[in-house]
Structure formats: structure tokens, C-alpha cells
Ligand binder design. Structure first.
Ligand SMILES: [Zn+2]
Length: 268
């Protein structure tokens, strides 16, 4: 295996956010993704003597951009993102662009759906990292997906389809630890999925030990995430039962119903 020259760190923030940080191991230069809370990042940088070199933003929600002002006051670094996400973005990027931060090349993916400005950052394995990485903000969560605050179900499904086409070994870094709650809904709509049952027990054990369930992999999400499995016969028939319908006429209608159902589904 190629020697990794980059590492990803998780900084827990607020109740269930993760601020992901990429470190270039040779010099301690780091890039922070979606710093909702500056204090968490500043304390961590000081503790490890790391140097902040850039900030990446996936979308405009406060728990993703809230720390930009204070961080850039301390260290005036470039802030890469969609210009509509924050007036503090210094380097506006468009979907399809490739950016380079601390020597790491990342493709900018259009992931609108949760919000209309939402983008994702994808680093291929050509960057001398063992597997590709995707930082997807609030688009895909493990065993779930983001709520539709601005986008349509069709836009979100398109974003998820784009993620589903990435290499299966891609390590996926969502911005929230929602996995166990998402699994409750996933088991409700896909109870016959043996891999999902296994995953549920692994994730519950992780959380019981106070450990993260993330990152996840695309291969795992394709196996357990109902929002990536709208073609699954069991999911289709359970959605139809729920809606009192005999048949679902498309993947989009299954996805739309699943998303609406999840919005009102009570987890314990
Ligand atoms: Zn959000």
C-alpha cells in the first residue's frame, strides 16, 4: 500500500457535528472542512501545533460556516466554497472545478438538494491516499440522507446518484453522527436486509463505546442506505404499503416518499 501522506481527523462540535480536518503529515499543514465552531478548531490546532492553511465550505448552514469569521481573524487563510454560501468565501468555486489545497487535488461536486448551494469535495486516490475521500456535508449520512430544505427530491436523488457512481472504496465523511437514528428508519423500511442488521449491531457497539461510526464507505452505504436503494423490491413494497398504493411508478417516487416519511418518522 502507498504510504499515506495525508490524514483525516474528526473534531466533534455542537451536539452531533463533525468538523473534518485534513492534515498533510510531512509539515502539519491542515485544511478544515465546515468549521461551524471556531473555538473547537483553534483549541485543537494549538494543542497539536498544526498550521491552518485553508477552509472548505460545503453549504451555507450556520453549523457549517459559523466559525469562519473567528478563524480567519486569527489566520487569514483562503476560504473555498460556493459564493452564495457565505459572504466570507474568498475563493468562489463552481461545480466541476478542481481545487488544490495543501497539495491535495479535490474535485468539486454539485450536490444540491439539502440546500441549493450544496457542493462536495472529492479527493481521488491519485493524491497518494489509500482510498478516495468524499466530504459530502449534509447530503449523504450513513444509512440516511439530508433533509430537503431548499432542493427538490429530484435534485437530491441526482446528487445521491452522483455519489453512488464514485469508486466503491471511497471513504465518505458526512458532517453529522446520525447513523444509529438513521438505522432505525432503515430497518423499518428494509427489515429483510441482513447486511443492515449486521451494520446496526456494529454501529450500536461503536456508539456504546463512545466511538464514531464515520467515515463510512460507499460500498457499505450501497448495501445499507435505503436512500441509495430505491430500486430494492422490499423497500418499494413497504413504501407502497405505507402509502396504500399497489405500485410505485419510479425510483424518484420511491425516493420522494421515503424522504417525506423519514421527516415524520419517530425514532427512540
Ligand atoms: Zn445543513
Amino acid at each position: 500500500m502507498t504510504q499515506a501522506t495525508y490524514m483525516v481527523h474528526a473534531l466533534p462540535a455542537f451536539y452531533d457535528n463533525y468538523i473534518w480536518v485534513i492534515e498533510r503529515c510531512s509539515d502539519g499543514h491542515v485544511v478544515v472542512i465546515d468549521p461551524g465552531d471556531a473555538t473547537v478548531v483553534l483549541d485543537w490546532l494549538a494543542e497539536h501545533s498544526f498550521t491552518l492553511k485553508a477552509i472548505l465550505i460545503t453549504h451555507k448552514h450556520a453549523d457549517h460556516i459559523g466559525g469562519i469569521a473567528k478563524l480567519t481573524q486569527f489566520t487569514p487563510v483562503p476560504v473555498h466554497g460556493n459564493l452564495t454560501s457565505s459572504h466570507l468565501i474568498t475563493h468562489g468555486i463552481s461545480v466541476g472545478d478542481e481545487i488544490e489545497v495543501i497539495g491535495l487535488k479535490m474535485q468539486v461536486l454539485d450536490l444540491k438538494g439539502h440546500t441549493l448551494d450544496h457542493i462536495g469535495f472529492f479527493a481521488t486516490a491519485e493524491n497518494n491516499i489509500p482510498e478516495p475521500w468524499l466530504f459530502c456535508g449534509d447530503t449523504l449520512f450513513s444509512a440516511g440522507c439530508g433533509r430537503l430544505f431548499e432542493g427538490s427530491p429530484s435534485q437530491m436523488l441526482t446528487a445521491l446518484d452522483k455519489i453512488a457512481e464514485l469508486p466503491r472504496q471511497t471513504q465518505i465523511y458526512p458532517a453529522h453522527e446520525y447513523t444509529c437514528a438513521n438505522i432505525q428508519f432503515a430497518l423499518h423500511v428494509n427489515p429483510g436486509n441482513a447486511e443492515l442488521h449486521n451494520y446496526a449491531s456494529v454501529c450500536h457497539q461503536q456508539r456504546a463505546k463512545g466511538l464514531r461510526t464515520l467515515p463510512t464507505t460507499l460500498a457499505m452505504e450501497l448495501a445499507v442506505n435505503p436512500f441509495l436503494r430505491c430500486q430494492d423490491q422490499e423497500i418499494i413494497s413497504i413504501v407502497c404499503q405505507h402509502l396504500n398504493k399497489t405500485d410505485a411508478n419510479s425510483r424518484l417516487s420511491v425516493f420522494t416518499s421515503l424522504r417525506a416519511w423519514k421527516d415524520v418518522f419517530k425514532t427512540n
